[in-house]
Design a protein around this ligand. Structure first.
Ligand code: NAD
Length: 243
């Protein structure tokens, strides 16, 4: 289904982004991993060792870097059909001590990055294109001292429907996924209680989010637009009153 498509995945050098990149690679797409971690990005590119997968060093919070990314993709593949805005940092710090620099660092990466990548890609994207933004269940629920991250992820939900409204003119769809706990490192080391607290009785994996991206980008699903899909094993629907 995706063999004639070019996909940009920001933050695709590791974690959930790497899982999404792999899923689109398996589906036949041309995959561009845009990440600011050069070493991980080059390793990811080497793993595939084929013309269909390339890495471009990109800082999504930097306008010139994002412009360079889109120029590179257009020169190499001639088109961008799908953008997955996945790059993000999670930083939790004491609210009373949080500096303006820290607030800006999180918002500039997680929220401004989605704006910049979407704007530049939308300029070249043709009819039928799709954008998926990766938010978080922390857009809806909170633990203490997560203000910057929660605000950035809540902003992504709102940015998603605003973009869907604007880009509908070009027939480009924009949707959002809010993952819950997705373990990308030591899944085997998780405790039984980690799994059992979910309605689905397991912690999430990158592939859960990757399948969501494939679903949202499928042209057959073009009636899904401007919305958010929560993929969290049911955690945000769980009542937690103590017995
Ligand atoms: P991760 O830290 O493993 O990977 C993030 C990737 O983004 C890294 O490769 C990093 O180099 C890259 N990145 C960070 N800042 C960047 C920048 N300025 N420019 C380009 N690349 C940059 O994180 P993850 O767990 O895979 O999370 C991916 C996304 O999913 C994030 O947006 C995160 O907020 C969201 N999310 C993750 C979870 C989870 O449980 N893992 C839950 C909810 C939401």
């Amino acid at each position: 289904m995706y063999s004639d498509k070019t996909v940009i995945i920001t933050g695709g050098a590791r974690g959930i982004g790497a899982g999404i990149a792999h899923a689109f690679y398996e589906a036949g797409a041309k995959v561009v991993i845009a990440d600011y971690h050069a070493e991980n990005g080059k390793q990811a590119e080497k793993k595939y060792d084929c013309e269909r997968v390339s890495f471009f060093e990109t800082d999504v919070s930097n306008e010139q870097s994002v412009i360079a990314l889109v120029t590179y993709v257009m020169e190499k593949f001639g088109r961008v059909d799908i953008l997955i805005n996945n790059a993000g940092i999670s930083s939790f710090s004491n609210f009373y001590e949080m500096t303006v620099e820290e607030w800006d660092r999180v918002l500039n990466t997680n929220l401004k990055g989605v704006f910049l990548c979407s704007r530049e890609v939308a300029k070249v994207m043709e009819e039928g294109g799709a954008i998926v933004n990766i938010s978080s269940t922390r857009a809806f629920m909170s633990e203490p001292n997560s203000e910057a991250y929660a605000a950035s992820k809540g902003g992504i939900i709102a940015l998603t429907h605003a973009l869907a409204a604007t880009l509908s003119e070009k027939k480009v769809r924009v949707n959002c996924i809010s993952p819950g706990w997705i373990e990308t490192n030591n899944y085997e080391e998780l405790r039984e209680s980690d799994h059992l607290q979910h309605f689905s009785k397991r912690v999430g994996k990158s592939s859960d989010i990757a399948r969501g991206c494939l679903y949202l980008c499928d042209p057959n699903n073009d009636f899904i637009n401007g919305t958010n899909i929560t993929i969290d094993g049911g955690m945000t629907k769980k009542m937690i009153y103590e017995e």
